[in-house]
Design a protein around this ligand. Structure first.
Ligand code: HEC
Length: 193
């Protein structure tokens, strides 16, 4: 009788411990799931990595401006953007998101602004673009409000160098795009729009 009772007690104790372990394990999994402790602990910031396909047909977008020579920014420009070549026409196109303008001083992620350069015979010379890849305070081009700078071809494709690398980046063109456009930081780096 005594042993039977002990056995029964033992079994109850084992069952209880098993139940406790199962509940404990489930609880740990649940906490892990909720806090994402198994993977990345931090949520990834929202990011728009532009592809050539998003730039096709840009000549149908809103044409914000058309400028030749030094335009409104003679001192700022120096010799950049063909400003010392009055026979070159610069046109600026903005996608729908960029047209919506700034919210609290900032263009929204996915805003694209394209600038084209043609000579006075209409011949294509160059295309450049600035794309809001991340919001201010993100991890991309942190010091310059998340803008990515690119060179594009006439059909909108991202230009490639001889090794086939896309001409783009945060510090593009020896950081000159950042450095000069930063003078218009309060306008979120955009001069003409
Ligand atoms: C020395 C100054 C300077 C440098 C360097 C410079 N920009 Fe600009 N950028 C300007 C100015 C000023 C304007 C507006 C007016 C104009 O074109 O006359 C402009 C306009 C633009 C625009 C149209 C949107 C806007 O801000 O009005 C784009 C796109 C652009 N630049 C891209 C680039 C890229 C890409 C680079 C680097 C490869 C670059 N810029 C380098 C001064 C500069």
């Amino acid at each position: 009788m005594h042993t039977v009772r002990t056995n029964l007690l033992d079994r109850i104790t084992i069952t209880m411990s098993l139940l406790f372990m199962i509940r404990f394990t489930l609880a740990v999994f649940l906490v892990c799931f909720l806090t994402q402790c198994t993977g990345n602990t931090q949520a990834q910031p929202e990011e728009f990595v532009v592809q050539s396909s998003s730039l096709q047909g840009y000549t149908q977008w809103l044409r914000a401006t058309e400028i030749s020579g030094t335009g409104n920014f003679p001192l700022l420009l120096g010799r950049a953007h063909y400003s010392s070549s009055p026979w070159v026409t610069r046109r600026v196109y903005v996608n729908t998101l960029a047209q919506q303008g700034r919210t609290q001083g900032e263009f929204s992620i996915g805003s694209i602004i394209i600038k084209t350069f043609h000579d006075n015979t209409g011949k294509w010379l160059l295309g450049e673009a600035m794309v809001k890849r991340q919001a201010r305070g993100g991890t991309f081009n942190t010091d310059h409000q998340g803008w990515e700078w690119l060179e594009i071809k006439e059909n909108g494709s991202i230009a490639l160098d001889s090794a086939g690398r896309e001409q783009r980046g945060a510090q593009f063109y020896g950081n000159q795009c950042n450095a000069c456009h930063a003078q218009y930081r309060t306008n979120d780096y955009v001069f003409t729009y």
